[in-house]
Design a protein around this ligand. Structure first.
Ligand code: ATP
Ligand code: MG
Ligand code: MG
Length: 264
């Protein structure tokens, strides 16, 4: 849109998500590169969902969370195919991230030095844990932690992103955190069912931020046990997600295995 181009140079159309498009943009004023998520607000449901994503993002400020800059509404300018004159888009400007954890995992085989790889993996894991700990301290559950939603900045710092289905954890008695009831968002069309905690898949009507810990377990598994094929991945995931938590033997190092079992 020309309105965006007034202030930014569009460098690249990065991707199309479930709802909107994400662009790499360069600000004409500060000359810095950002990511811009543009989401059409076609229904009240869209509006509600997106305002929640923005509110969560704006609430969170941490070195390991994708940094939120600003957001604004874009009015239909007539060059839009929508007929509804009230049609608008929501633009969310956030920190640009070079890579995702998925890219890192796919490139692990290029490490010649296994020691170097191990140090890097542990640093990344530590930063993911710092970010998740912070999110939980803010009474938020992310609910969609996957290698595609964990980003890495140019300098390699972990940046947790995509708070599209994050929710507040409701404190009922001050001690127990009870999550939201079954939410169609989490189990439909997201493609991340693979990472879902069993209590979410079973549609339990209450769960809490431990669903994120389960996801972390699966992510750790993938970081220390890379797969050659998608088929191998789904087989191994079936195994470790089973009640007996069948972990491949051997699985090294022992300390990571213990953390993994604890999380699952
Ligand atoms: P999906 O359903 O694929 O998870 P989504 O609608 O939830 O998509 P995002 O995950 O936020 O949207 O982003 C969609 C695409 O844009 C992905 O390919 C993602 O890698 C890319 N992307 C999102 N945020 C950033 C960012 N801050 N920097 C760089 N790329 C980003
Ligand atoms: Mg995503
Ligand atoms: Mg998403």
């Amino acid at each position: 849109s020309s309105d965006i181009q007034k202030h930014f140079e569009i460098v690249e159309h990065i991707g199309k998500g479930a709802y909107g498009s994400v662009f790499e943009i360069k600000s004409k004023t500060d000359k810095k590169v950002y990511a811009l998520k543009v989401v059409p607000l076609s229904s009240d449901k869209d509006k509600e969902r997106m305002s929640r994503e923005v509110e969560v993002l704006a609430q969170l400020q941490h070195p390991n969370i994708v940094r939120y800059h600003t957001s604004w509404h874009l009015k239909n300018e007539g060059n839009c195919t929508e007929i509804d004159p009230n049609f608008q888009c929501l633009c969310i400007q956030v920190e640009y991230c070079d890579q995702t954890l998925k890219d890192f995992i796919e490139n692990m085989s290029y490490y010649d030095d296994q020691n170097e790889l191990e140090i890097e993996r542990r640093r990344i894991l530590g930063e993911i844990l710092d970010g998740v700990k912070y999110i939980h301290e803010e009474n938020i559950m992310h609910r969609d932690l996957t290698p595609r939603n964990i980003f890495l900045s140019k300098s390699g710092t972990v940046k947790i992103g995509d708070f599209g289905i994050a929710r507040t954890v409701y404190l009922t008695d001050g001690i127990t955190a009870i999550g939201t009831i079954y939410d169609e968002n989490l189990t439909s069309s997201f493609g991340t069912k693979l990472y879902c905690a069993p209590e979410v898949l079973n549609c339990d009507n209450s769960y809490d931020n431990r669903v994120d810990l389960y996801n972390l377990g699966l992510i750790i598994f993938e970081m220390w046990y890379p797969f050659q094929t998608q088929m191998e991945k789904s087989k191994s995931f079936d195994d470790i997600k089973s009640l007996s938590i069948k972990i491949p033997d051997p699985f090294e190092p022992e300390v990571i295995k213990e953390i993994l079992i604890g999380l699952l």
